[in-house]
Structure formats: structure tokens, C-alpha cells
Design a protein around this ligand. Structure first.
Ligand SMILES: [Zn+2]
Length: 300
């Protein structure tokens, strides 16, 4: 039997039932939490903080539209703005974890990652009193290089992960990973729900469209078209973005030509594009969309 794309024993894509939800996820981090290979962290001015204001604006929009979202919060943001964590929680959204310091996971050892997670979960749950069951890696840094990270998540009590980008590029991604959510069996035999980042296939071609640079780059009308195509194929649709994506001020980072394009493309239109997607559709959390599967993993 050929090894599957993440070098796991077993990957079972979920069936189509109940997968037509529109899931909204937001990675709560500062504008400078990037992992570009050409960035020089010592030359980024981290004294400008925008995460609080932008996230509060997102909460405001969601409370007007009645949608709910899963917020993947960085531990370091939770420590700086504990009131922000409480505000997200008190508005009825789900809080999950986006690591502590936004360090690439495949550049850490298992014990470093375990410690990073512990710090992050401590900072988040001390504000909400709730268990954190969901994780998203900084820059999709769970790949076929580090399937052990899934075991560290399971040991830490996590039930789902949303870190796998199902297309391989120069920095992240797993080629041929299923495009729909699946139940993984980790190298040590634990089970974890994986919700890969959104992409659609057209013959041999896979097109990512639900967040980050792809959301900024593609025209709004095409994104809506791909969303409804995903639904017609029985796929859940998940949108992901960052608080800084709705900011009218854009803070530049000195990068190589290629990464500068990834970082800056579509910035001007992103705010309006995201606001109209939030206004025009009803969104829900990961935990609500996959409640049945999560109950099964909890064994209740
Ligand atoms: Zn991030």
C-alpha cells in the first residue's frame, strides 16, 4: 500500500452529509506575524499594534449579521489583550489556538512545539475558563515533514486541526491531500479531525481560494462562484482571513520581489471584499459545523 500524503496510516475523508456549512475562521495575529523566508524580523517595527481594533471591528460586524466564527488566537496576543479574548468569547464565538509566537512548526522540535502550545493554551483558557480543542498552525506549517505535530496536538487534548494546505508550494502544503475534511489517524494511533484549507480541483489543477493571498488576489465574483461550486459538490466552504486584512492602513514589510507580491497583492480591495462576504452570508464555527464528528472523537 502506498503511503498516503501525510505519511499517516489512515486518512478517511468525511462523507458529504452535513458538509454544506459556511465556516468562518479568523487568525488573530498582528500585521507583522508573518513567516516569509525573505523577511528580516529585526527590521520590522513591531511597536505598531492593530490587532485589537481590527478584531473588535470584526466582532461588531458579526454581531450585526448574527454570524459566528472560530477565532484562532495567538498566545502572545491573548497575553497582551486578555480583554479581547473575553470579548470574542462573550460574543458567543469559538476560540481556538494559532500557536503562541507564530513560529513555523516544522522548524521546531516536538518538545519545543509542546511547550509553545502549553503557553498559548494557558494564555487563552485563563481568560475563558474553557478547553481549547482546535488548532491552526502558523503559515500552514504542518506538512509531510512533521506528522508528529499531530500527535503533540492529540496529547494536548486537541480534537481538530485546520493547518493542512492541500497544495504544495515553496513554503508549505501537502500535495494530493484530500480536499474535504477528514479523520486522521496519527503516527501514534490517535484520531484527529482535519479541516484542510479550502481549494477546488479542476482536472489535475487545484485552485486555492478561501483566504490569505488567494482571497485578496481573486476577484470577488470568482470567489463567490467557487464558493457555490464547492457547495454544489457537497463540500463545506471555509473562509479564513486575518484582522489586518480589513485594515485601511497597510504596513509594509521589506521582502523579496516574489514575497512582496504575495504580501501586498489585493490589499486595497480586501476590506470591501471581506465585509461583503460577511454581510451577504450566514457563517458558523468549526465546532458547530462538525459537532457530530467532534462528539464521536470525544467518545460521547
Ligand atoms: Zn498566522
Amino acid at each position: 500500500l502506498a503511503r498516503n500524503p501525510l505519511n499517516l496510516e489512515k486518512i478517511e475523508p468525511l462523507d458529504e452529509t452535513g458538509l454544506r456549512a459556511r465556516v468562518l475562521t479568523i487568525d488573530v495575529e498582528e500585521w507583522y506575524h508573518v513567516n516569509y523566508v525573505s523577511a528580516d524580523p529585526s527590521r520590522i517595527d513591531t511597536s505598531v499594534s492593530t490587532v485589537y481594533d481590527n478584531t473588535m471591528e470584526i466582532l461588531d460586524i458579526l454581531s450585526r449579521t448574527g454570524s459566528k466564527a472560530t477565532f484562532f488566537v495567538l498566545g502572545c496576543v491573548a497575553r497582551t489583550y486578555p480583554a479581547l479574548v473575553r470579548a470574542i468569547d462573550q460574543n458567543g464565538h469559538e476560540i481556538a489556538c494559532h500557536s503562541d509566537s507564530h513560529t513555523l512548526i516544522y522548524e521546531q522540535s516536538a518538545s519545543e512545539f509542546r511547550e509553545d502550545l502549553k503557553q498559548a493554551v494557558g494564555a487563552i483558557s485563563s481568560q475563558t475558563g474553557k478547553k481549547v480543542i482546535g488548532f491552526r498552525a502558523p503559515s500552514c506549517s504542518i506538512t509531510d515533514r512533521n506528522p508528529w505535530a499531530l500527535d503533540v496536538l492529540c496529547e494536548g487534548g486537541f480534537l481538530y486541526d485546520s493547518s493542512v494546505f492541500p497544495i504544495k508550494n515553496y513554503m508549505y502544503g501537502v500535495a494530493n491531500f484530500p480536499l474535504r475534511p477528514c479523520l486522521l489517524t496519527t503516527p501514534k494511533g490517535s484520531r484527529l479531525l482535519e479541516i484542510p484549507l479550502p481549494a477546488l480541483d479542476f482536472g489535475p489543477l487545484r485552485i486555492p481560494f478561501g483566504g490569505g493571498v488567494y482571497l485578496r488576489m481573486l476577484p470577488a465574483i470568482l470567489i463567490r462562484r467557487l464558493m457555490s461550486l464547492a457547495h454544489s459538490r457537497g463540500r463545506a466552504f471555509m473562509l479564513y482571513f486575518h484582522p489586518s486584512d480589513i485594515d485601511t492602513r497597510h504596513h509594509k514589510i521589506q521582502l523579496s520581489l516574489r514575497e512582496s507580491f504575495f504580501h501586498n497583492v489585493g490589499r486595497r480591495g480586501a476590506r470591501q471584499k471581506i465585509r461583503s462576504l460577511l454581510n451577504d452570508f450566514k457563517w458558523t464555527t468549526i465546532s458547530a459545523a462538525y459537532s457530530g464528528h467532534l462528539r464521536e472523537l470525544r467518545g460521547v
